[in-house]
Design a binder for this molecule. Sequence first.
Ligand code: ZN
Length: 262
Amino acid sequence: MYKIKPLKQAEISAPLGVVLMLGDMTKLLTAPVYVWYIEGDDTKILVDAGIEEPTDGFVHGFPVSGGGENGLRKALEEVGVKPEDIDVLILTHLHFDHVACATLFHNARIYVQKKEWESALNPPMHYRLTYDPKLFQPIENMDLCLVNGDKEVDDGLKLVLLPGHTKGLQGVAVETEKGTHLIAGDHFYTYVNLDPPKQQAEIADLKGSKVSIQPILLPFAPMGLHVDLTEWYDSCFKALSVARRKNILPGHEPSIFGKTFP
Ligand SMILES: [Zn+2]
């Protein structure tokens, strides 16, 4: 049985319209960039590898603080490990805010979906700016496992292909004392995408700034960034077949900062 700890490697700000399709592009929200530590019996597992350190306050046009190797080491200190201690690194997808420190995991087997790898090297035109090959291409010389679809990588730990946000995004299904949890990566950024409010609601970002959200009469609310929205909806229902909605962990949700699951 495992426990899951989201660790904050950086903070990134983005307009509401990125978090929620057709949302206000003038309202900026600050969100955590997480790496996810999965504590098991003896294997040390990490999901995702963070964002670069900003040089002028920005990474790929988004305001960022923290990040880079310093941000990663600080995040991992919270659970008493170093990048070199990690046995398994799972990359949910290859967007620039999920892979920047991957080359520091010298002793890890690294899991990426084959579809994601191929798509990241030759992305559809509207998605070019979300990938930075210099960040992920060097890992092809490490212990890289390119996976085709769903795969169990350890007892109670399964990769689940969830295309839509990207061509080959994978979630991680983790068996815990309180049932299966699903680390969703960016398939859902926040609980608003996973469980949209049916009445007018307020959401708070990492700094406590609040924005008002109109009722969303849909089972799931898409983000502003997706490669295929039809596939995204299919993957939402696949995610529900893996874990209960309350046990799905969105990739940039501010309110889970500092928590452990279960
Ligand atoms: Zn992403």
